[in-house]
Design a protein around this ligand. Structure first.
Ligand SMILES: Cc1cc2nc3c(=O)[nH]c(=O)nc-3n(C[C@H](O)[C@H](O)[C@H](O)COP(=O)(O)O)c2cc1C
Length: 183
């Protein structure tokens, strides 16, 4: 499938509405990914994002060691993968292989992309704030691609065709119902 490149200045349009993401990393031996609901844009140009990630997560440790990751954007079709990544830890083995979650090579980072997602933001770590038991990490996207049609002709994400997952808590989510445009 031919992917579409998203201009870096428009990367925030994939995450500005608050979807849950899958943060993929590698420790050089095995790929890993965890679910992160607490993720928000923190700058448009350069495109930056802030995430809260528990310091005990394998993801946090991989991210601190490698300084890079991929923010994978799942839709309703990938709900099972989101819950597997969000309920199992890479400390206990390769959860992606165990669940048959496919990965593919990214282009600018060593962390893998997750094939079940519809958009991929390849990111470098540019800052962190350590809080009690968790870290606020600041990421900068260096390359962003999506499946054809994810971005509408007007440059916004087509959440009607690609309904992102918005975490309400536990295993409960909402999905966007429609796009409304202020003329
Ligand atoms: C829907 C969902 C959203 C989550 N959001 C966050 C989050 O925002 N921050 C966080 O630190 N953990 C979050 N978690 C928990 C981690 O994804 C979970 O602890 C995961 O097993 C960590 O995996 P790891 O040890 O392989 O990194 C979430 C879990 C679920 C199911």
């Amino acid at each position: 499938m031919e992917l579409e490149r998203v201009e870096l200045k428009n990367a925030y349009r994939l995450l500005g509405h608050g979807p849950t993401v899958l943060v993929s990393t590698t420790d050089g031996k095995a790929p890993n990914a965890c679910a992160v609901a607490w993720c928000a844009p923190a700058g448009k140009n350069p495109p930056r994002f802030v995430l809260r990630i528990g310091e005990r997560h394998k993801t946090y440790q991989n991210l601190m060691a490698a300084g890079e990751c991929v923010l994978n954007v799942p839709t309703r079709d990938a709900l099972d993968e989101v819950m597997i990544c969000g309920r199992k830890s890479g400390h206990d083995g390769d959860k992606l292989a165990a669940a048959g979650i496919e990965t593919e090579a990214a282009k600018e980072v060593d962390a893998p992309r997750l094939s079940c997602c519809v958009a991929w933001l390849e990111c470098k770590l540019v800052g962190k704030l350590e809080l009690q038991g968790s870290g606020l990490v600041l990421l900068e996207a260096v390359l962003v691609e999506c499946r054809p049609g994810v971005m509408r002709d007007d440059g916004h994400m087509d959440v009607e065709r690609f309904p992102t997952l918005h975490h309400l808590g536990g295993g409960v989510f909402s999905v966007p119902g429609s796009v409304v445009v202020h003329e």
